[in-house]
Design a protein around this ligand. Structure first.
Ligand code: F6R
Length: 609
């Protein structure tokens, strides 16, 4: 939700900001802007639209000679997308970009209005700028002004700030929204996300809650929540600039689908010792798993679906009662925790506000928390008691693919670890689980990716439909939910997932001649039951696309299209069906000419509640 970037140093600032913004666009892309320090003061250029529109504006009327600038790409919350609401915002002697929400902005605004301050935009950000400006007018000192002002604010923020009287300096503060400080030979940077800085440097330091950073061309100062100076602790990222580029694929989403086999291997390999699941490198040993009697998985969107799929394995293999909860509901209707409850939060970005709030809630109740996170050193990863990284690499497409894939992978490994350490399965079975996820799952994905042409043909048959249904039972229902979300999210076709047995209790009335129904049937024991449901919709005119095991008998009898999934193991089937639902969503969206990597109204990292 909004991306911010800042730079000061001895190089031309504008191309750095625009380059960083083009990487950050996945965080929001309805408006964009830059404020650059020039000899004549701070110049701001901003507009509704995407980075290309800002670049066009800058081409027509370039900003020259700037070595210090801040930039912003927006996902609108307060005030619709418009030139005026775009960041940066100026208030008096202060120019500011912001990621987050100032929840008490109305009170702050009316207090300022009483003092004669007027506002141009509808944003909470302009109010934040005005509050900082009012404090700055009193003190003349940026740090004191930021501390005074942020003490009045409720909500979340990552700010990049320019003060008129301090040329060549960028100030910054963080609470609730992510912020990275970075250093390079040519100066100092800040950004919402390390991927935006990969073209310039690998050395970074994450700002903690309440910290303030002061960037100068020759150095950076960091202050703790009490205003005392502290020494930044620099780390070196292992990400490469190439990992955040499309690498010849038409879209990031497609690239990320193809990266899944490798992502699984990377997530599993470091967690095997003697062929058995082992999380000791993550600081979790067998005795930890032995204490787990009940699991609450908490996440949003696809990550919740990963929890549903993982929950099936945890219950069926490890015998641990597991439920997957939507994070935004978890706090309000907290499930009852018993002795031995473990809360697992799942987040690709590690910054999702609802998930973070649920994590904090669980911690406040004294429950042990484990985070499954992809983006390293992010707030959720740092705040959880334990963390397991998914090692999928940067995920840029808004719709998650490899993120989800590796979340399920890690849950599968956790199920194997718990089942084995608690003696619920034999060593040989635990080894087989590990082998199947390490070998069969990547192989199944690669195999299904050889069938993209066929999946495109199927996509062409459903591309003009207004409604599509997914059905499945058990694990296949969990996968149906992910397939339906992926399809509707990027193609804008209405798509719903139903438990296959539930259709006849209402939804079947929506089936008419030609309605596409995508049925997933990978569980041998449930095949006949799902087949009956397939026949029910088929005989009522549905165009049935059946994804089923390759050992199913005569699947073509009840379906219009059949996609056979390699039946080597449960893990292989799971990831084969995942690949098909992802590719189908991608192909339908591509045929409809949708903006696949940046679907309308969405953003990658949802840092507002
Ligand atoms: C859907 C999708 C979202 C995310 C959700 C959680 O394709 O990507 O539903 O899964 O917003 O995001 P993270 O995992 O970053 O917490």
């Amino acid at each position: 939700m909004c991306g911010i970037i800042g730079y000061t140093g001895n190089a031309n600032a504008v191309p750095k900001i625009t380059k960083g913004l083009s990487v950050l666009e996945y965080r929001g892309y309805d408006s964009v802007g830059i404020a650059a320090r020039t000899e004549d003061g701070v110049r701001t250029v901003k507009c509704r639209g995407r980075i290309g529109m800002l670049e066009e504006k800058l081409e027509k009327d370039p900003i020259v000679g700037s070595q210090c600038a801040i930039g912003h790409t927006r996902w609108a919350t307060h005030g619709g997308p418009s030139d005026i609401n775009a960041h940066p915002h100026r208030a008096g002697r202060v120019v500011l970009v912001h990621n987050g929400i100032i929840e008490n902005y109305k009170e702050l605004k009316s207090a300022l209005q009483k003092d004669g301050v007027s506002f141009l935009s509808e944003t909470d950000t302009e109010v934040a700028a005005a509050v900082i400006n009012a404090c700055y007018a009193q003190t003349g000192d940026p740090k004191t002004a930021i501390r005074m002002a942020t003490a009045k604010m409720k909500g979340s923020y990552a700010f990049g700030i320019l003060f008129d009287e301090f040329p060549g300096e960028v100030w910054s503060a963080r609470c609730g929204s992510p912020l990275i400080l970075a250093k390079a030979k040519d100066g100092y940077y800040l950004a919402s996300d390390m991927t935006a800085l990969l073209p310039f440097t690998k050395e970074y330091c994450c700002l903690e809650e309440g910290q303030i950073a002061h960037l100068m061309p020759s150095g950076a100062e960091l202050f703790d929540v009490d205003g005392a100076e502290i020494v930044p602790v620099w780390s070196v990222t292992t990400m490469t600039p190439e990992s955040a580029q499309k690498g010849g694929y038409a879209h990031f989403m497609l690239k990320e689908i193809y990266e899944q086999p490798e992502a699984i291997e990377k997530s599993v390999s470091p967690r095997i010792i003697n062929g058995l699941p082992d999380f000791s490198a993550d600081g979790i040993d067998a005795s930890f798993w032995k204490q787990v009697k009940n699991i609450q998985i908490v996440a949003c969107g696809s990550a919740t679906h990963a929890g549903l799929a993982g929950g099936h394995v945890l219950e069926s293999v490890a015998g641990i009662p597991t439920a997957s909860y939507i994070a935004s509901e978890y706090r309000y209707h907290p499930p009852i925790a018993v002795d031995g409850t473990l809360v697992i939060v799942i987040s690709q970005s590690g910054e999702t506000a609802d998930t973070l709030a649920a994590l904090r809630y669980a911690k406040s109740k004294g429950l042990p928390t484990l985070a499954i996170v992809n983006a390293v050193e992010t707030t959720i990863a740092r705040e959880a008691d334990y963390r397991i990284y998914t090692y999928a690499g940067p995920e840029i497409a808004v719709a998650t693919t490899k993120g989800y894939c590796t979340q399920v992978t890690v849950l599968y490994m956790i199920a194997a670890a718990i089942a084995h350490s608690c003696g619920r399965i034999a060593e040989a079975d635990a080894k087989e689980m590990v082998r199947s996820i390490l070998e069969d799952a990547p192989e199944a994905i690669r195999e299904m990716l050889t069938q993209t042409e066929r999946l495109r043909e199927i996509a062409a048959k459903i591309v003009k439909k207004d409604h599509i249904f997914y059905i499945g039972r058990g694990m296949d229902y969990a996968m149906s939910q992910e397939g339906a979300l992926k399809l509707k999210e990027i193609s804008y076709i209405h798509c719903e997932a139903y438990a296959a047995g539930e259709l006849k209790h209402g939804t079947i009335s929506l089936i008419e001649e030609g309605t596409p129904v995508i049925a997933i049937s990978t569980e041998e024991a449930l095949y006949d039951k799902t087949e009956s449901n397939v026949r029910e919709v088929h005989s009522r005119g549905a165009h049935v696309i059946l994804l089923c095991r390759d050992d199913a008998k005569n699947p073509q009898l009840s379906a219009d299209e059949v996609v056979l999934l390699p039946t080597k193991s449960d893990a292989g089937l799971l990831f084969a069906s995942l690949t098909v639902v992802q590719v189908l969503a991608y192909e339908v969206a591509a045929l409809r000419g949708c903006d696949i990597d940046r679907p309308r109204n969405l953003a990658k990292s949802v840092t507002v509640e």
